[in-house]
Design a protein around this ligand. Structure first.
Ligand code: PMP
Length: 447
């Protein structure tokens, strides 16, 4: 008798093989579905708003490769730009015109004086901090609880993203979020509370003259979505008065919330900015940039060393250029993303209320998190409030959506990312699935 393969048998088989040759079977922790359970789907292909897994199941994708795919997967202009670049070689280890073009475009769109490309967001934040220390001659940095800035040692301190769930209960005052980070490194990172202007003012009054930089997510995605209050943004700008550099980590928000990221949307004036994700259009790129007097401290112009074998890679530059050009060319794109995502937010609130499931939805532009918690005034403001979410219920809801062909972020403490290829058809299908998913939670809790 032949057995009908289960809907996930290919993914299960790949996951089993992967676990024998790769730690946890994945190359980035959240992909393993550890906090939601079940089999991570191994993805075979992605087009537009859809992913297809190894078993041939199609999903409406709300991850967008964790942010880069703002135009949707396999966008024709991006594909064409990559195949065009491909004809001329894949890596030179010497400068080329595309790096100049992308740097010109990024500086024009963001107002940064100069920009340096890296191959990941982690390298961008790590390098920006070294630069801030080199420029100011100071050692300390300040970050915020639940913000994630990549996995450089000094930044894995009270960090968000995969660490919010994988390191359950191990977060402490200025404590490393990961094994292998020496306490001596962690002690150079001071931690303050997001959206708490008084706490930041106090910290800066006490230690500010030793602080090289304050790094922050201008809209947080990595504790789930947290939106800054105007009072907090004002306190962030006050750190510049004591000579600390303000570093906006726009790896997630850059070119997502506007052509000039959260900086443009919220009127921020950072000294340095970090980018990643969209700037590479789905290929590995990061960047940091900002004030020219500061950037001129970077080697070979200045004394702060930073380098990369594949930095400025021609295929990656081509994908980034095509993506940013497409965003700039479509005047209505950000309004369209906002409209889709706010309808999704409204729909989720209504459906959860109908099912009697307490949730608080934070949404801005094409970023959204439904926290399974009853927050004050329906808005989660900081790490502590986010951490009170009912992750078990979120996990069940996630599985119910997945079973209905909706690929949501597999963790309570992440943003989803809507793309320009999501249309009313996908919105309706998503809300229909969400109605059933909330309904099934009700059934479970009554049982
Ligand atoms: N900063 C922020 C705000 C991020 O969201 C991320 C990745 N999610 C990073 C830095 C690190 O980027 P990468 O994963 O490309 O190293």
């Amino acid at each position: 008798m032949t057995q009908t393969p289960s809907k996930t048998s290919q993914s299960e088989a790949l996951f089993a093989r992967a676990r024998t040759v790769t730690p946890g079977g994945v190359n980035s922790p959240v992909r393993a579905f550890k906090s939601v359970g079940g089999t991570p789907r191994f993805i075979r292909e992605a087009h537009g708003a859809y992913l297809t897994d190894a078993d041939g199941t199609r999903y409406i994708d709300y991850i967008g490769s964790w942010g880069p795919m703002i135009l949707g997967h396999d966008h024709p202009a991006v594909r064409e730009a990559i195949s065009d670049a491909l004809q001329y070689g894949t890596s030179f280890g010497a400068p080329g015109e595309r790096e100049v073009q992308l740097a010109e475009l990024v500086t024009r769109l963001t107002g940064a004086g100069k920009v340096r490309f890296t191959s990941s967001g982690t390298e961008a934040t790590m390098s920006a901090l070294r630069l801030a220390r080199g420029f100011t001659g100071r050692k300390l940095i300040v970050k915020f609880r639940g913000n994630y800035h990549g996995h450089a040692d000094g930044l894995l301190v009270e960090a968000g993203s995969g660490l919010m769930t994988n390191m359950d209960g191990q977060l402490g005052e200025s404590a490393p979020s990961s094994a292998g980070v020496p306490e001596e490194y962690a002690s150079l990172t001071l931690v303050s509370e997001y959206n708490d202007p008084a706490a930041l003012d106090t910290l800066m009054a006490e230690r500010g003259t030793d602080v090289a930089a304050v790094i922050f997510e201008p809209v947080v995605g990595n504790a789930g979505v947290l939106i800054p209050t105007p009072e907090f943004l004002a306190a962030l700008h006050r750190v510049q008065a004591v000579g600390a550099l303000l570093i906006a980590d726009e790896v997630m928000t850059g070119f997502r919330l506007s052509l000039n990221g959260a900086t443009g949307l919220l009127g921020l004036k950072p000294d340095l900015t970090c980018w990643g994700k969209i700037i590479g259009g789905g290929l590995p790129v990061g960047a940091y940039g900002g004030r020219s007097d500061v950037m001129d401290f970077v080697s070979p112009q200045g004394p702060v060393y930073q380098a990369g074998t594949l930095s400025g890679n021609p295929l990656a530059m081509a994908a980034g250029l095509a993506t940013l050009r497409a965003l700039e060319a479509d005047a209505g794109i950000y309004d369209g993303l906002e409209s889709y995502t706010s309808q999704l937010a409204g729909g989720l609130k209504t459906l959860a209320a109908e099912a009697g499931v307490p949730i608080s939805v934070n949404q801005i532009g094409s970023m959204l998190t439904p926290f399974f918690v009853d927050a004050p005034h329906g808005t989660v403001r900081n790490y502590a409030q986010a951490a009170r979410s009912d992750t078990a219920t979120f996990g069940r809801w996630f599985q119910e959506l997945l079973a209905r062909g909706i690929y949501w972020a597999p963790s309570q403490f992440e943003s989803i990312f809507v793309s320009a290829s999501h249309t009313p058809t996908e919105l309706d299908a998503t809300l229909e699935a969400a109605r059933a998913a909330f309904g099934s939670l009700k059934t479970t809790s009554l049982a």
